[in-house]
Design a protein around this ligand. Structure first.
Ligand code: TRP
Ligand code: SF4
Length: 402
């Protein structure tokens, strides 16, 4: 079975090249290899923009169209909308009961965002809860991997802590050891003895190696023993670690190398700064925007030499140009052999070419919005099956099954 990957994006309307190179391109790559779940985090958007009721629907579907345009394949990936799944809110509520305030106050993005978005009143309960809602998003699908940028690493770390605490508090039902023994008996005698030996070693010395060996054995069991269930794996994982049954799974962040594209003015590309090139901008708009880009301020006149390292256009060449073009830029810039508009042309051409398949795919969906709704609806129902299953386990574990 393929490992599950889950990630989300807040709907901010049509996506720009920074979204594509920073995240989306990676999602498209991952879908061939993993069981991927990608969702629109519309509740997360509300934590900072709770008054934007007029635009939300358009933002949601514009973003889904850009995902599809970029090559997310609804046959391979499950694409869904957070707010259509109240199960996320239920898990968020239940997790909130036992999550210490300090854990949330200490998440670095909390203060960072407060400082950055000074014009907004973020002294809200929802905003403090942002990373816990994210934890619920992840844990409800028992995701193994979460592809996120560095800035979100602390949220995945919090998710792991929340899962650990939950398993610790609720994983040990009264019949836990008896059920673990039943699962253990499904192993061969030798394997069971080996497993118990590793468990004992881990209990006495805390050796990570022992856990790895025992978990390797469980993995093998899952693939070879008839009648083995994920429940057996969860029980024995809990038994092994002394933590009770692992009801929630600790995810891992998946940091792949991403390319950073600055905005037209050299600061971070962002729609709100008005310095973005949209995935769906027309060739004429792209041309105009790139031609107007900031360059090395030392190049006042055509004859003044410049330094690519001081120029945002160069960051684009690093993403879009081959070695020969890059060498041409460096030499031409430093010797004033080329003008800035000459230098920008290959970037314009590369962006327009990159956008071509996106434009074609997007056109099809723009002409048929019903199909986009349908895709999100199908994905949401697929997600719901899993979310419901997890919530049943969670309610059982918390003694809420009456
Ligand atoms: N916080 C993420 C972002 O701003 C969006 C998000 C919400 C998310 N829930 C998630 C990402 C769960 C990964 C997993 O980009
Ligand atoms: Fe920037 Fe190119 Fe002009 Fe040099 S020549 S300043 S790299 S746009």
């Amino acid at each position: 079975m393929r490992s599950r990957v889950l990630s989300g994006m807040r709907p901010t309307g049509a996506l720009h090249l920074g979204h594509y190179h920073g995240a989306l391109k990676n999602w498209v790559r991952l879908q061939a290899q993993y069981d991927c779940f990608f969702f629109v985090a519309d509740w997360h958007a509300l934590t900072t923009h709770y008054e934007e009721r007029e635009v939300m629907e358009r933002y949601v579907y514009d973003m889904v169209i850009d995902w599809l345009a970029a090559g997310l394949d609804p046959e391979q990936s499950t694409i869904f909308i957070q707010s259509r799944l109240p199960e996320h809110a239920e898990l968020f509520t239940l997790l909130s009961m036992g999550t210490p305030l300090g854990w949330l106050e200490r998440v670095p993005t909390y203060k960072d965002q407060m400082d950055k978005l000074k014009d907004r009143d973020l002294a809200t309960y929802g905003f403090l809860g942002y990373p816990l809602l994210q934890a619920a998003d992840i844990l409800i699908y028992k995701a193994a991997y979460v592809p996120v940028g560095e800035d979100q690493a602390s949220h995945v770390e919090l998710t792991r802590e929340v899962a650990r605490r939950f398993n610790h508090l609720y994983g040990r039902s009264s019949d836990f050891e008896a059920r673990a023994a039943v699962a253990l008996a499904k192993l061969s005698k030798d394997d069971a003895r080996y497993f118990e030996k590793q468990r004992k070693t881990f209990g006495e010395t805390g050796a990570a190696e022992a856990v790895a060996k025992a978990e390797g054995l469980l993995k093998k069991a899952a693939g070879t023993i008839e009648g083995w269930s994920t429940d057996d794996t969860d029980l024995l994982t809990g038994h092994l670690r002394g933590s009770g049954k692992a009801i929630l799974v600790e995810p891992q962040a998946l940091h792949t190398e991403v390319l950073r594209l600055p905005g037209l003015d050299g600061t971070k590309m962002s729609k709100s700064y008005g310095n973005a090139i949209l995935m769906r901008d027309d060739p004429a708009v792209v041309t105009k925007k790139v031609r107007g880009m900031t360059t090395d301020p030392a190049r006042v006149r055509r004859t003044d030499p410049g330094d690519p390292e001081k120029c945002p256009v160069w960051q684009f060449h690093k993403v879009y140009s081959d070695d020969a073009t890059q060498a041409w830029v460096v030499k031409g810039c430093k010797t004033a052999g080329i003008g800035c508009l000459d230098c920008k042309q290959p970037v314009i051409d590369a962006i327009v070419a990159e956008q071509q398949p996106w434009r074609e795919r997007a056109e099809k969906y723009l002409a048929n919005p019903k199909q986009v709704h349908w895709i999100a609806e199908m994905g949401t129902e697929r997600a719901r099956t899993i979310a419901r299953h997890t919530m049943k386990d969670v309610r059982d574990a918390m003694g809420l099954n009456y």
